[in-house]
Design a protein around this ligand. Structure first.
Ligand SMILES: Cc1ncc(C[n+]2csc(CCOP(=O)(O)OP(=O)(O)O)c2C)c(N)n1
Length: 627
């Protein structure tokens, strides 16, 4: 039995010697690598946080003290030592444990997360609640340097300084987001000074401060109070001290002894504290240290080589098709610029960024800024294509509405990971975008049934003079050929894919494929269906839908989206507004609930939005027996 197997609760850590803690760190890394190499997951971030996790659990009393991991993707070591080693093989598996922290999963998980940069705000809220409840236990928020690029983090820091609560923020700084971290802040955090250059800067700064009229001497005296406070003036500490945090660091986040000593010192603070630790992403597994981008969120791989085990079927993903079409379009249209919020790989924009560096912007984890920045770009004649996953775009609701839609700026939203995303689970499913975009005046929304249509929609979008969204799924396309010169679609026009008299199926996006599959099975049961590929959620092809709804009185609407306010709702509203009645209808989509993690197809089946569900609904509408 190795040491990890003996750790049943967080408290067991406290019985270990420091030497044993180091052995445990090794066991933990091996276990993480073993499971992630099979299940996939956030390997590099979790490997980088092993010592930090052990030190926190060693010094603090969980769950009495509250620990919040920002994003939660680095929490695998935390899971392993809080009673989840026995079920760790189920990580990210259907009905297994989540890849992020979840209040419902363990009392040691301080907050349910998946989206970044919430830990300081949530931590402060918990801190204040504890204060009012006369509970003086600690609250520790661990945030990465990438997650610190989001405005939300600063809103949290700002109020923390104001409320002066005893929040402990640990900045886990590995100089990486998923890709190398971006922005002025990133270079600021990694500033280091030799003692010589520090001395010279100190002198120059002193002369400058003294030269300021009237207040100069006072500031100089404050600045000079000690070498330490002077350092924080010009090192990363300056930023956090400005928010009224006591700043410590930077210290080596893999040195357990130092971590434990300093955490013991800052326990039970009176004022907000920020501890800056530097770590190596992928620490302890060579392939991940060498290629932390690939191993940020990785599929199954061979442990000895680090090579992917996934066998490609040669069909490109929607993301790849988007990326290659962007490169093509940008060649002939120099107005096209691309914007991503910390996901250049995930959104398929690497080639674009290399070919057109001046027309590519990675703004960091700052979806709200990405959208308003794009509105600004488009207001001066550029054609920004802002590529953000459906789930993360939720953050920018007001920026889309207020900054883009009011003046109908022609911004293109390339919404990747629309629909069921799989193993990342409830925080990442892209199931709300039709609803949150549909209500916005001036917005056009499309969803392709396959990768060929995606290419056509992208051309349509960049030619359109107004806000427009294309929502496409995670994963490979269906294997159709993409036109050499994709032609634009007519805005608001649907496509009739199959004609039949017994049933009308209106589908959007990926669900069109499910409808076509269902059609084959229904033929065998004597039901012939008309299938409409809606293409547009907004504007809807009302004329076409009404024409068929008046002829065929049995209707099924299918979407990979929540039913509330989605595509089916749009069709129903349109039919009601046009007084089309007398039909029986079944809407297929996700009921109003969050969808857990698991393989995409398993979830589609489980949540009854696949071809089998369509067949079943059709048989029911026709009063036929369901086998
Ligand atoms: C709002 C939001 N946008 C994007 C993401 C995708 N994402 C997950 S982790 C990550 C990078 C986080 O970097 P950092 O906080 O430095 O942690 P590290 O992985 O480097 O340990 C990104 C962009 C997210 N989880 N939430």
């Amino acid at each position: 039995m190795n040491l990890l197997e003996q750790i049943k609760t967080s408290k067991d850590i406290k019985q270990l010697s420091r030497k044993e803690l180091k052995i445990l760190a090794k066991d933990i890394r091996e276990r993480i690598i073993e499971v992630v190499s099979k299940n996939g997951g956030h390997l590099a971030s979790s490997l980088g946080a092993v010592e930090l996790t052990l030190a926190i659990h060693y010094v603090f009393d969980l769950p009495k003290d509250t620990l919040i991991w920002d994003v939660g993707h680095q929490s695998y070591a935390h899971k392993l030592i809080t009673g989840r080693n026995d079920i760790f093989d189920s990580l990210r598996q259907y009905k297994g444990i989540s890849g992020f922290t979840k209040i419902k999963e363990s009392p040691c998980d301080g907050f349910t997360v998946g989206h970044s940069s919430t830990s300081i705000s949530a931590g402060l809220g918990i801190c204040y609640a504890k204060y009012l409840n006369k509970d003086n236990s600690d609250v520790i928020s661990v945030i990465g340097d990438g997650s610190l690029t989001a405005g939300l983090a600063y809103e949290g820091l700002n109020q923390t300084g104001d409320l002066k609560r005893n929040l402990i923020v640990i900045l886990n700084d590995n100089d990486m987001s998923i890709s190398p971290n971006v922005g002025a802040l990133s270079s600021f955090l990694s500033r280091t000074f030799s003692s010589k250059s520090l001395q010279s800067m100190r002198n120059q700064f002193g002369v400058f401060l003294k030269s300021l009229p009237k207040i100069g001497d006072d500031i100089y005296n404050i600045a000079k109070r000690s070498e330490e406070s002077f350092k924080t003036f010009i090192t990363p500490g300056m930023l956090f001290e400005a928010f009224d945090f006591d700043y410590f660091g930077p210290i080596d986040g893999h040195n357990l002894d130092h971590l434990i000593d300093i955490l013991k010192n800052i326990r039970n603070p009176k004022d907000p504290v920020l501890l800056h630790v530097t770590t190596v992403k992928g620490k302890g597994y060579e392939p991940a240290e060498k290629n932390p981008i690939y191993f940020h969120g990785v599929g199954s791989f061979a442990v000895d080589t680090g090579k992917s085990k996934k066998i490609s079927n040669g069909i490109p993903t929607y993301t790849q098709v988007f990326g290659s079409q962007m490169v093509k379009l940008a060649k002939t249209n120099e107005k096209i610029v691309a914007v991503t919020a910390a996901m250049p790989e995930g959104t398929g924009l690497i080639e674009f960024s290399q070919l057109y560096p001046d027309r590519f912007f990675d703004v960091g984890i700052a979806e709200q800024h990405a959208v308003t920045f794009s509105a600004g770009l488009s207001s001066k004649g550029l054609k920004p294509v802002v590529a953000i996953y459906s789930t993360f775009l939720q953050r920018a609701f007001d920026q889309i509405l207020h900054d883009v839609c009011i003046d109908a700026h022609p911004v293109v939203f390339a919404i990747d990971r629309g629909g069921i995303v799989g193993e990342d689970g409830q925080t990442h499913q892209g199931l709300f975008d039709f609803s949150y975009l549909r209500c916005m005046p001036n917005m056009t929304i499309m969803a392709p049934k396959d990768e060929r249509e995606l290419a056509r929609m992208l051309v349509t979008a960049v030619n359109h003079d107004g806000p427009v969204a294309i929502r496409y799924p995670r994963g490979t396309g269906v294997g159709v050929r993409i036109d050499d010169h994709p032609q634009p679609l007519e805005i608001g026009k649907a496509q009739v894919m199959n004609k039949g008299d017994d049933l009308l199926i209106i589908a959007i996006g990926k669900s069109v494929c499910e409808a076509l599959k269902a059609n084959k099975l229904l033929k065998d049961r004597g039901i012939s269906a008309t299938i409409i590929n809606a293409r547009f959620v907004k504007p809807l092809d009302g004329d076409l839908i009404i024409e068929y709804a008046l002829k065929i009185k049995k209707i099924i609407i299918v979407e990979e989206h929540v039913l509330d306010g989605g595509f089916g709702s749009a069709v129903l509203e349109m039919l009601a507004d046009n007084s089309v009645t007398g039909f029986s209808m079944k809407r297929i989509g996700i009921k109003n609930r969050f969808v857990e993690h698991g393989p995409q197809d398993v979830l589609r089946q489980d949540y009854k939005i696949d071809s089998a569900a369509i067949v079943k609904a059709a048989l029911k509408l026709h009063g036929k027996k369901i086998e």
